[in-house]
Design a protein around this ligand. Structure first.
Ligand SMILES: Cc1cc2nc3c(=O)[nH]c(=O)nc-3n(C[C@H](O)[C@H](O)[C@H](O)COP(=O)(O)OP(=O)(O)OC[C@H]3O[C@@H](n4cnc5c(N)ncnc54)[C@H](O)[C@@H]3O)c2cc1C
Length: 559
């Protein structure tokens, strides 16, 4: 029997931090991941992690204010206070775990500037901060004695008497279906970037956890808030980190003009991401780009700085676009990057489902509101990962395992999976349905949105969901059946896509990442509230949740 007090789904930074924290509380803990843990998308994080350290004359209140303003006042201020107050200790803990953050000339932890913040408070390891953190965290995970299910794919939640008491999962290596019992479950399954094509996200970022939780009755919140990053590479859409602008890079239009002067005269290229992406898109729409791109200019930064701090994105530019940022400008454009919305939680990661927690990108606390500041996500993963781990472990102490027929649950899921494999071969291909979804989302739920476009995508999604019930799985074997995994992921993606489109249609104002050409203004009187979706008979059902305002009164945002 596979059973654990706490089962963490997902082994990115949030999941590993949660598992280590739960283990430290004395719980028996397991972590499950569809890929080897260090291949989680956290590995791709480039730019850094924010914290306000008092010995630099910085204060958590300043960090919190920048975060609140960045969120376009949709972030919950009580949660933002918790995150920013915890940031210093969370960062030092990472340093003590062994992360070799870059140092400044005095040998102290070095910082770089990041968008939407009035001070340089982003700590970093070159331009591969996520990789450095994830590998160190993995060592700590091994040391902690957490049981690891690596390359296992969670397919469903098991509920008895209204309480989640385990999951069903496929061991990808053998194809066998297992039931893992647990007293509590923590979702740390990451974002959903690949609902959009292209995206900066890894191909595995498919919203599985959000869909699993949603299908079990969890509330999803702020799903309309999808971040388009201002600097994604022409063609592939791979990320060129904000660290480049943090180190001083410019954005230029086709005439070589620094157009941000007209949009954000104070912060220029380091205004918050939604503002910069909108500026770029406006310039592109006005015909001031070249082949759908504007330029990122790093040439004046000099070879030495680029080689020390931006070497990885330099290589990306050379390999994928044939440009060397030491001597050339880089063609870039806004591209889908991050999901502000997700499974609604409180500051301890608790969802509306008893015993179910969520942390990291799959969760919505909501500390990012309408727009996340760069380098606040890594912080979010470790702060709320840890809090969820502690809370879930403590909640298990006086609790017994819920009894249910494990064999029967495994057999039922086994049959369902076999039916998917056995589908006839005449439906549309997985890849074509996935691409059609991604292109429709990227056409109509991008930087600018309007009702007609979003209705078109709703219509597309209905058709694609219908096609999904017939997509064939080519590989009929069980061993390493990645075809099967892709098919199941596509189902999760379509569920999430629908909640995004429905929420975005519902919000009739422009705020943060949602910029509607048919409702161009922020309307605090009617829309200063979160949109919440739950699964209903006919699709997503909408309700609202109030925004927590503690000390920062909403005002017009200028950079
Ligand atoms: C290119 C890129 C650069 C970024 N740079 C930065 C940055 O510099 N600073 C910053 O703050 N943020 C950055 N971000 C955002 C940040 O990296 C992510 O939001 C964060 O790392 C997400 O961590 P996570 O632990 O929530 O999820 P992930 O790291 O995505 O991990 C998700 C885990 O869930 C598992 N999983 C998912 N579904 C299943 C399933 N069905 N069964 C089993 N396991 C499953 C996966 O295997 C994986 O282990 C960047 C993001 C990208 C894409």
């Amino acid at each position: 029997m596979l059973e654990h007090d706490v089962l963490v789904i997902g082994a990115g930074l949030a999941g590993m931090r949660a598992a280590i924290a739960a283990r430290a509380e004395g719980a028996s803990v397991a972590i499950i991941s569809k890929v080897h843990p260090v291949r989680s998308h956290s590995n791709a994080a480039q730019g850094g992690i924010n914290a306000a350290l008092t010995d630099r004359g910085d204060g958590w209140e300043d960090h919190a204010y920048d975060t609140v303003k960045g969120s376009d006042y949709l972030g919950d201020q009580d949660a933002i206070e918790v995150m920013c107050q915890s940031a210093g200790q969370a960062l030092i803990d990472m340093e003590h775990f062994g992360v070799t953050f870059n140092r400044d000339d005095e040998g102290k932890l070095g910082t770089r500037a990041f968008g939407g913040q009035r001070r340089a408070r982003t700590f970093f390891v070159g331009d591969f901060t996520g990789q450095a953190m994830l590998h160190v965290m993995f060592e700590q995970l091994i040391k902690s004695g957490v049981r690891r299910y690596e390359e296992w794919f969670v397919t469903g939640l098991i509920e008895e008497d209204g309480r989640v008491c385990g999951v069903t999962a496929i061991e990808i290596r053998t194809g066998q279906v297992f039931v893992i019992r647990s007293k509590t479950v923590i979702f740390c399954t990451g974002g959903l970037g690949r609902l959009f094509e292209p995206s900066t996200n890894a191909l595995i970022v498919t919203g599985d956890g959000m869909a699993l939780a949603y299908n079990a009755g969890a509330q999803l919140m702020d799903m309309e808030m999808v971040q388009y990053h201002p600097t994604t590479l022409a063609g592939s859409g791979v990320l060129i980190s904000e660290a480049a602008r943090g180190e001083g890079a410019y954005l230029l239009d086709k005439n070589g003009e620094r157009f941000m002067e007209r949009y954000a005269p104070n912060m220029m290229e380091l205004a918050s991401r939604d503002v910069v992406s909108r500026a770029e898109q406006t310039e592109l729409n006005a015909g001031n780009g070249v082949n759908g791109c504007v330029y990122l200019d790093c040439r004046h930064l000099g070879k030495a700085l680029i080689m020390e701090k931006l070497s990885q994105i330099r290589e990306i530019g050379i390999d994928l676009a044939g440009v060397d940022m030491i001597t050339d400008t880089i063609p870039i454009r806004p591209g889908m990057h991050y999901m502000m919305g997700g499974i609604k939680t409180d500051v301890d990661g608790q969802t509306n489902l008893p015993g179910v927690y969520a942390a990291g990108e799959c969760a919505c606390v909501s500390v990012h509101g309408g727009n996340r500041l760069g380098a606040n996500s890594l912080l979010d993963t470790i702060v709320f990962g840890q809090r969820s781990g502690v809370h879930a472990a403590q909640a298990c102490r006086d609790q017994e395992y819920i009894e249910f027929d494990v064999e029967q649950a495994a057999r039922r899921e086994e049959r369902r999976i076999q039916e998917v494999i056995d589908r006839p071969q005449n439906g549309d291909r997985i890849g074509s349905v996935r691409l059609a979804m991604g292109e429709s989302m990227n056409r109509n739920l991008a930087v600018y949105r309007d009702e007609a476009g979003m209705l078109e995508t709703m219509h597309d999604l209905q058709g694609l969901k219908e096609k999904y019930t017939r997509v064939p799985v080519d590989n009929k074997n069980r061993v390493f059946n990645t075809d099967l995994v892709f098919a199941l992921e596509l189902g999760f993606m379509l569920d999430c896509a629908e909640t995004i489109a429905v929420s975005a249609l519902e919000r009739k104002d422009s705020r943060g990442a949602q910029a509607r050409t048919d409702y161009p203004n922020r309307d605090d009187e009617n829309w200063m509230k979160h949109i919440v979706t739950v699964k209903g008979e006919e699709g997503p059902e909408i309700s609202y949740s109030p925004v927590s305002i503690t000390r920062w009164t909403p005002e017009e945002r200028k950079y």
